[in-house]
Structure formats: C-alpha cells, structure tokens
Design a protein around this ligand. Structure first.
Ligand code: 13P
Length: 256
C-alpha cells in the first residue's frame, strides 16, 4: 500500500509584494533541505504566482494557489481560471478556505465546482473544512465538517487520489489558539472515517489530512505526531522564512 502523501503548505493569504515574495522564496530555497518525507508547497497571492513559479524552477518546493474560479474562460471580470493556473506551473489549489466562505460567501456548492475544476486540469485541490467557535460550542462541529466533506460524494473514485483535505477549525485561525493535538486528531480520525463510509478503506487510508490554525515551530511536532495528521497548512508563520523552515524541520517524521 503506498504511503499517503505528507504536506507542509504555506498559505501567504493577502501578503507580500513582488520584492518581498521573491525574497522569501529565495530564503526558503536557500534553507530548505528536502528529505523526501514532506512535500513543501507555497501558496502566494495571484500576482506572485508566475514570478514565484520561475523562481522555483530548480527547486523541490511546489507551487500552489489560494483560490480559483470554476469556469475555464469567459466574461468573469476579476476571476482566474484553472487553465491559467495550470499554465504557469501551479500544482495545488486551496479550495473553500474559511476566509473565502466567510467574506466571499462561498457555499459547499461553489466549493464543489472549484474542486472539480482543479481536478479537471490535473491539479490537486486542498479542500478546507472546519467549524466556527459557535458551532463547536453548540456541539455541531462534526455535523458541520461532515457536511463540508460530503461534497466529495460527487467526485469519481478514481480522482480521490488527488484530493487533500485540510481541517482548519475557524476559531484557531490567526488567533494563536491552536487546537490541542488530541482534539485535532479526533476530528482528523472522524474525517477519515467519514471518507471510508463514503468510499472505501483504501481511499480513506490514502487521503492526506492536514491541520491548519496557528501552526508554529513550537507546536507542529506534537500535532503531526498524531496518527491521522499528515502535515500542516500554515498561515502567519509561513510568511517568515525562518519560522516556515523551522516548521518543516520540526514536523514529525512518523514511522508507519
Ligand atoms: P494561521 O496559521 O495564521 O492561523 O492561518 C491558518 C490558515 O488559515 C491557513 O490556511
């Protein structure tokens, strides 16, 4: 059975000018020592994708986007299509981030269209799921996450090998309040079980499930030591080369 993919991804969100972004990439390239365990991905904003793609040509660091529109082309002012992303070397696309759900009103239906568009063009969607504080406090965390995951029912079994899930509890994003490793593990195991029920055991075992929400050099080891946590989706701490490199270095290398 192939070992499932492990990923450390940096979501730069709406940060970095061209000069700043290229400086960060050069520092990451200089400091990154690939050991084959984690795939490392950076997700710069759209304006930096093409120059960062060029800068990463000789590197093992992969390129990801933070969003995409679901149509291939057309009169959609302000949108970027999967064709355009693929064309410049993007391999991963974050889809359904809670900030997109909250500020741009993306619902599960839109998120599904985006997941399909990413797959259609041979890229890998990182599907973000996670509950708000209110949903957790009212005991609805699992229900919310299960509903967000349920869109995958529409994905052909053969495409599931390209799907990555990121569990990002909304209350842990940018707040410094990380989920405890136990709480995160519990939800990751629930997500894997849900995938098993929707598809089968092999698909469930192979789907990478990343944790996101205030991941830092000091907490990444404990989080990634958990059985069902296959890496991290890092926001704030990916904006600084030293801290992102420390996260890559400190993340657990589990023997399985
Ligand atoms: P922070 O690491 O800044 O909490 O952000 C997490 C996140 O939203 C990554 O997509």
């Amino acid at each position: 059975m192939p070992m499932r993919k492990r990923i450390i991804a940096g979501n730069w969100k709406m940060h970095k000018t061209l000069t700043e972004g290229l400086e960060l990439v050069e520092m990451l390239k200089a400091g990154y020592e690939p050991d084959g365990y984690y795939e490392v991905v950076v997700h710069p904003p759209y304006t930096l994708l093409s120059p960062v793609s060029k800068a990463l040509e000789e590197s093992e660091i992969r390129l990801g986007a933070q969003n995409v529109f679901y149509e291939d082309r057309g009169a959609y002012t302000g949108e970027i299509s999967p064709v355009m992303l693929k064309d410049i070397g993007v391999e991963y696309v974050i889809v359904g981030h809670s900030e997109r759900r909250k500020y741009f009103h993306e619902d599960n239906e839109t998120v599904l269209k985006k997941v399909k568009a990413v797959l259609r063009h041979g890229m890998k969607p990182i599907l973000c799921v996670g509950e708000t504080l209110e949903e957790r406090e009212s005991g609805k965390a699992r229900e919310v996450v299960a509903r967000q995951i349920s869109i995958l029912k529409e994905i052909p079994v053969g495409d599931m090998e390209d799907i990555i899930i990121a569990y990002e509890p909304v209350w842990a994003i940018g707040t410094g309040k990380t989920a405890t490793p136990e709480l995160a593990q519990e939800m990751h195991a629930f997500i894997r079980d849900t995938i098993e029920k929707m598809f089968n055991r092999e698909i469930a075992i192979n789907v990478p499930i990343l944790y996101g929400g205030s991941v830092k050099p000091g907490n990444v080891y404990d989080l990634t030591s958990e059985d069902d946590i296959d890496g991290a989706l890092v926001g704030g701490a990916s904006l600084d080369a030293d801290s992102f490199l420390a996260i890559i270095k400190n993340a657990a290398r589990k023997i399985i």
